[in-house]
Write a protein that binds this ligand. Structure first.
Ligand code: KG4
Ligand code: ZN
Length: 337
């Protein structure tokens, strides 16, 4: 019998609902929140209020798009954490209410695990290509930068982690210095295409093992701009594309270097990237080139599944459903999971 999951994601500033049936995506609706743009980052209080406004219409659209009715749903999967508590509470409460009314199981999902499981989402009519195990995945988002070794769908080991900022934060904070609105990653990516990536060089951290560090880069970028602006107040304006290309090149080099190291050390050639920063065109190109050079079986998510979405919560929920891993109604969201 088919297994139909309603999935809810509300960990940060996107309200998302998806319907997943037997691992296939039937719908994946995302309502973003423009309101944070002028604040330079996500304002937790505003995010949770916007989730409250968005959640019912987004779920309603997810059902309509999937052509599925409420009575078809076998379980509700939701993001328990990590994330902003007020935001998580909205999705968690909605999921609990839905499961209670329909008398169906509730499934909690770890947002980070879900980003990696994006590679197992199936699409009707497209090639069924999923990673084999063990699978090595670089998870790069606004809050996390990790190398994850996946032994099966639900068993993951973090073998590399950032010791300070995440890669997405480096894009966003350096972007803020250049006058971009939040999140700056997509705009930097866009401008980098017309810039010279060798125009400027920024210090790369020397962190041991498979760990990362991005706070030094942020500081060196800031000091570099401050010094140049003293000489020429129009420096950013005149060099915007080159600054974006050079910054992106530095971040991508750091990320790819550690992913290559992880593959060599573990001997794993099933390799992927996931998370918001995996939308970055420079990272996608560099990782693809490394894959060709090193004989990796590479997995790069489709763009709509790189940033926060409920389909990834749904696929995680599906695998948990198959194992009977359900959650009680007394579950509370966890900001740190
Ligand atoms: O995974 P995600 O949607 O949310 C978190 O869980 O953090 O990731 C958001 C992050 C932001 O820092 C944003 O700037 C970055 O992903 N991002 C990008 C690109 N698209 C999104 N960074 C670089 N290039 C992109 N094209
Ligand atoms: Zn995320």
């Amino acid at each position: 019998m088919a297994v139909t999951i309603l999935a809810i994601e509300s960990s940060c500033d996107d309200t998302s609902a998806a319907i997943i049936r037997d691992g296939y995506i039937l719908s994946n609706l995302i309502a973003g929140q423009e309101i944070h743009k002028s604040y330079g980052g996500v304002v937790p209080e505003l995010a949770s209020r916007a989730h409250q406004v968005n959640i019912v219409p987004v779920v309603d659209q997810a059902f309509k798009k999937a052509g599925v009715s409420v009575s078809d749903v076998d379980a509700v999967a939701f993001t328990r954490g990590p994330g902003l508590l007020g935001s998580l509470l909205v999705g968690t409460s909605f999921a609990k209410g839905f499961a209670l009314t329909r008398n169906i199981p509730l499934i909690e999902v770890n947002h980070l695990q879900a980003h990696v499981l994006v590679h197992f989402i199936l699409r009707e009519g497209s090639e069924k290509r999923v990673p084999g195990f063990p699978f090595l995945c670089l998870l790069v988002s606004g809050g996390h930068t990790r190398i994850i070794l996946m032994k099966d769908h639900l068993s993951m080991e973090v073998i590399g982690n950032t010791i300070d900022d995440a890669a997405g934060e480096a894009f966003d904070k350096c972007g803020k210095f250049m006058g971009f609105t939040y999140p700056a990653g997509p705009a930097i990516d866009q401008l980098a295409r017309s810039g010279n990536k060798k125009a400027f060089s920024f210090s790369k951290p020397s962190v041991r093992g498979l760990d990362f560090s991005f706070s030094g880069l942020k500081t060196s970028f800031l000091y570099f701009l401050r010094d140049r602006l003293k000489e020429d107040p129009g420096f950013i304006e005149k060099n915007r594309a080159d600054l974006c290309a050079s910054l992106q090149h530095t971040i991508v080099t750091i990320l790819t270097g550690k992913l290559v190291k992880a593959s060599i050390e573990t001997g794993i050639k099933e390799v992927g990237i996931a998370g918001g920063v995996s939308a970055n065109s420079g990272l996608r190109e560099t990782v693809t080139a490394e894959a060709e050079k090193r004989g990796w079986n590479i997995f790069i998510p489709e763009l709509s599944l790189t940033t926060d979405n409920a389909a990834m919560i749904g696929i995680s929920g599906y695998y948990k459903y198959l194992r009977g891993e359900f959650t009680g109604q007394d579950v509370a969201p966890l900001a740190r999971f």
